[in-house]
Design a protein. Structure first.
Length: 569
């Protein structure tokens, strides 16, 4: 005998004798498939899976350079990986956070959370307005059960019990059944679910804040040497990135001049030698047509310019160099920032000379790749290192590279790195890299008639981060709300307590009964029921009675059943 089933779908106007359309088991119509897909998408299990998938999808953003933040790094990766690089570029691994696949996961997570929360919030809103659950028929099956002898009329007992439970922040409902049995039903802890809903709503709010911030934020970075200045324009930044809904027009008109870098390090306590003590930038800041005003920008104390923050993100040394070519002409002059590589400010930097001539008048390109030591000393292996981050014994050493700097290739390059792919390192007479050593005021001659380099002095530089990130305050509010909701959902106990007073004819036989039930494990439920019992006894409306052995066994069995079955009623 076949166990296949089918449903009959009759078309409009179809005759009664028409042959029904057979549908195979498990087949779904288009509407049913859409409803099924929506239910799967809006399940909490799917939301958790998408949240985990979003975390996994963000990993490539930390493994590969991103075009919006490190264009030079992307170009270098593509050059060093000619086979894998183009495929990664097609798959948008260099624009992870704006890629199609990352945006799709983000959008699906948002839809899933909203689809989970809205029905749940509506159900919870109805539950809050509803009456406490009905009184169970058999109290002995509940985890906590007590029996007393009433000493007052039922109305007085109910009034005392209801008043005490209301003072304990229970929702209370007094009922009178058809058989004359009066009871009090009380419930507490429904805000545990409120906290759960608040947590998930706040999570959606955080997603909206992050999306808004990503779309409408911008950030720029600029390294400024003491005495130099820059203005609020994307073309004047060292790097600038903006969201899809923002551009350089959102930068407020301002100008900033770095007057002095106030930097100090610990030099007294031997256990903390070299530890930073002060980082601050004294600047002159003007907004629009306003006059310049002195400001002090410190770490974690940015300057606010019309909702845009100017933060101090770094500092270091900038040797002031003068480079002359073979004809004696100055081809480079000014401070060159060297980026710190260690806690003692061992710093690296480069000088690129694309338009020079040698002593014979021939065009030449060369680069100087150097290390600056603010307080030069020698380590145990005999290598020069910096022994202190302060400027005590400045020392600069260069190696020389000649050849094509690659500046005409069209690929972006970092000003702090030297692309020596098409260059040759100049060696000394022993076949080792030629080392050009300089101290302030000293000049060294370059080999092959390329010219000379002079270290005039050493200045300091500051790295500023100019950033506007809308939605920070709402994100903070949603974070606090999510924390409060999570605490409420974890620590608020969900309890239900009932008091039943039989009619006057049954009072002598059945007595006054109290029972309690909680959702999940609740070590305080017994104490809650006992406190109600004590309140009734102290009020003089009941007196304790001695339980029989069977009642005690029923109470123990009821505890196990109640913990396994959850909340009833």
């Amino acid at each position: 005998m076949s166990h296949d089933y089918y449903v009959e779908d009759r078309l409009e106007g179809e005759a009664d004798g028409a042959v029904p359309t057979k549908r195979s088991p498990g087949s779904l119509t288009g509407l049913e498939l859409l409803r099924f897909s929506w239910r799967q998408l809006t399940s909490m299990r799917t939301a958790l899976f998408l949240l985990m998938l979003l975390a996994i999808a963000s990993v490539p953003g930390s493994l590969f350079p991103q075009a919006g933040f490190d264009a030079a790094g992307v170009a270098r990766f593509l050059r060093d990986n000619p086979e894998v690089g183009p495929w990664l570029q097609r798959l948008q691994f260099f624009q992870v956070y704006s890629s199609v696949w990352f945006s799709a996961i983000y959008l699906l997570l948002f839809i899933s959370l909203v689809g989970c929360i809205v029905p749940r919030a509506l159900v919870h809103a109805r539950a809050i307005r509803s009456r406490p659950p009905r009184t169970p028929a058999r109290f002995t099956r509940l985890p906590e059960f007590r029996r007393l002898q009433p000493t007052a009329p039922p109305a007085v007992i109910l009034q005392v019990a209801a008043g005490y439970l209301r003072r304990r922040r229970f929702r209370v409902d007094v009922r009178l059944d058809q058989d004359g049995v009066a009871s009090v039903a009380a419930e507490r802890g429904h805000h545990r679910e409120s906290g759960n809903v608040l947590f998930h709503v706040s999570l959606v709010g955080l997603l909206v804040c992050f999306a808004t911030s990503s779309l409408y934020s911008f950030s720029g970075q600029r390294v400024v040497v003491e005495g130099q200045s820059f203005v609020g324009a994307a073309t004047d930044f060292d790097s600038f990135t903006a969201g899809a809904g923002s551009d350089e027009s959102g930068i407020p008109p301002f100008s900033l001049k770095l007057q002095n870098m106030d930097v100090s390090f610990e030099a007294q306590q031997s256990s903390q030698i070299g530890q930073p003590r002060q980082f601050a930038a004294d600047v002159l800041l003007s907004v629009g047509a306003e006059a310049e005003q002195p400001r002090r920008i410190e770490v974690n104390k940015p300057a606010d310019v019309v909702g845009t923050q100017i933060s101090l993100s770094g500092n270091g040394y900038a040797p002031v160099l003068t480079v002359r070519d073979g004809s004696g002409s100055v081809v480079s002059a000014g401070a060159v920032p060297f980026l710190p590589q260690t806690g003692n400010y061992d710093s690296s930097g480069v000088v690129k000379i694309p338009d020079a001539v040698d002593a014979d008048g021939r065009p030449a390109q060369f680069g100087l790749q150097g290390v600056f030591l603010p307080t030069a000393t020698v380590d145990g292996a005999g290598r020069p290192v910096s022994g202190f981050p302060g400027l005590g014994n400045p020392f600069l050493v260069f190696t020389l590279w000649v050849g094509d700097l690659g500046l005409e290739s069209g690929l972006p390059q970092s000003v702090y790195e030297l692309d020596n792919t098409a260059m040759t390192q100049v060696l000394d007479g022993q076949g080792r890299p030629l080392a050009l050593q300089l101290t302030p005021g000293q000049t060294v001659q370059l080999p092959e008639g390329l010219g000379s380099v002079t270290l005039e002095s050493v200045a300091r530089f500051a790295a500023f981060d100019i950033r506007r990130t809308p939605g920070q305050l709402p994100a903070l509010v949603f974070s606090l709300l999510a924390t409060a909701g999570l605490i409420a959902s974890l620590f608020l106990p969900r309890r239900r307590v009932w008091v039943r007073v039989p009619g006057s004819q049954e009072a002598a036989e059945q007595g006054l009964e109290i029972a309690g039930l909680s959702r999940g494990a609740d070590a305080g439920l017994a104490a809650e029921v006992d406190s109600l019992l004590s309140a009734l006894v102290q009020a003089g409306v009941a007196e304790a009675s001695t339980q029989t052995e069977g009642q005690a066994d029923g109470r123990a069995d009821g505890r196990a059943d109640g913990r396994a079955g959850g909340v009833v009623g």
